[in-house]
Design a protein. Structure first.
Length: 426
């Protein structure tokens, strides 16, 4: 396979607009299908490489036996070469012996050859006999008749020696050719052994390297497939959550009973930063709304208000300049001063629910504006609110929540934090 592809950056599901969830899920599913095809091809390639390695390993016994047999043939060839070399030494020794004998008879052979050139089976008398010396001629004839057989015998001996020398040389040449042939066979066998060993070694190295590369690629593909599967699962969960939230809004709009939504559905619904209307009907978000400010509860809902009545909201003692957040999605119904309550903000949360935030020093919201839960709507000052028996010298935020004009306890709608769960407070 080629160079491994870099792993794509992980997708933050919270950044995907709800309108793009389904197209993103479809694209991820297509990517996963293509990835599955690549993983299948990679698995096939890995299986093929492993089969080749196993086949090569399976040939190990056969190759070992062949190498042993080849080694035995090399040993036999070496033994043949040793015997041939010994035989050649014997031949060369015989040749040197014959040449030594021939060198010892060079002079007599030369004389014999000269005589043989002058004498034939019927020599001309004029060449041998002196007419003035008949007795000398007779003695010479007797001498020649005695020497002639010896000359003939020596000639045959010389001829036989020469013929034997020729045969020795021919035999030596034949043996030399046989030696060369054996040497070539030996070299060929050695080369073949080296080639087989090197080929097997290289083959295993290449296959092992290919296997490691393919397995690494398979792991990378598997990791990416897992990431895609997790992404698709997350997208599908979000799509289901968005669908559930949409069904809740539809039910609320038609006047039907509003379903209770799981915390996961609410988290997904409120994570859509592009929304321009409440993520869910406020009745479905009971227990999930944001506490508008960090502070201590100094006046509870229904407590005596010091004027003969009961508190229709709750009061929180905050830090100076603390931000005040919208506790729910909604539209700004009012933003401005009211009597001695300081600056107040009224949020229309839909379904005839109103939320009043009083005691602010500054307001950062505009009437008619849709505002998302958790968005700052203003800030607290440094002075205490001049109404109510809170007994707090510092800034106090008053929170009131109404359903159809009737006050309800806002604490029942705020999200309980882990610290509050541990302490048992609300």
């Amino acid at each position: 396979m080629g160079a491994q592809e870099s792993e794509p950056d992980p997708v933050d599901l919270d950044t995907i607009p709800h309108a793009e969830l389904e197209p993103t899920a479809e694209e991820a599913s297509d990517d996963l299908a293509r990835l599955a095809d690549r993983m299948r091809l990679t698995d096939e390639r890995i299986a093929q490489i492993r089969a080749e390695i196993e086949a090569l390993d399976g040939d190990a016994s056969r190759l070992a036996a062949e190498l042993v047999a080849t080694g035995q043939r090399v040993d036999l060839a070496g033994e043949d070469i040793r015997l041939i070399e010994e035989r050649l030494e014997e031949l060369f020794a015989s040749e040197r012996s014959i040449r030594h004998r021939l060198d010892g008879h060079d002079r007599s052979i030369s004389n014999l050859l000269a005589s043989l050139q002058r004498i034939s089976a019927s020599p001309p008398p004029a060449l041998i006999v002196d007419p003035s010396d008949a007795l000398g001629s007779a003695r010479a004839a007797l001498l020649l008749s005695a020497v002639l057989p010896q000359l003939q015998e020596r000639a045959r001996t010389v001829t036989d020696s020469l013929n034997a020398l020729v045969e020795i040389k021919q035999t030596a040449l034949a043996e030399a050719e046989h030696l060369n042939a054996n040497l070539e066979t030996l070299n060929a066998e050695r080369l073949r052994i080296a080639t087989v060993i090197e080929a097997r070694k290289q083959g295993l190295e290449w296959l092992t390297e290919d296997l490691l590369v393919e397995e690494a690629g398979a792991l990378a593909l598997a990791d990416r497939a897992t990431s895609l599967e997790q992404l698709i699962a997350g997208l599908e969960a979000r799509i289901a959550a968005v669908t559930a939230a949409g069904d809740a809004r539809t039910a609320a709009a038609s006047g039907s009973s509003v379903p209770v939504l799981d915390r996961e559905v609410l988290e997904v619904a409120f994570a859509d930063q592009t929304r321009t209307e409440p993520a869910v009907p406020i009745e479905s978000a009971r227990g999930f709304l944001t506490q508008p400010a960090v502070g201590d509860l100094v006046e509870n809902f229904g407590a005596a208000d010091g004027f003969g009545g009961t508190a229709q909201g709750v009061s929180l003692a905050t830090a100076t300049g603390a931000p005040v957040l919208a506790p729910a999605d909604g539209w700004i119904a009012y933003a401005g001063p009211v009597l001695n309550y300081g600056q107040i903000v009224v949020i229309n949360a839909g379904l005839d629910y109103l939320i009043v935030l009083a005691g602010l020093e500054t307001v950062e919201a505009t009437v008619g504006e849709f505002i998302q839960m958790g968005t700052p709507v203003g800030r607290m000052g440094d002075a205490a609110r001049q109404s109510g028996p809170t007994g707090v010298d510092g800034p106090t935020l008053y929170v009131e929540m109404r359903e159809g004009g009737i006050p309800i306890n806002p604490l029942e709608w705020w999200m309980v934090t882990p610290q509050e769960q541990e302490s048992g407070t609300s």
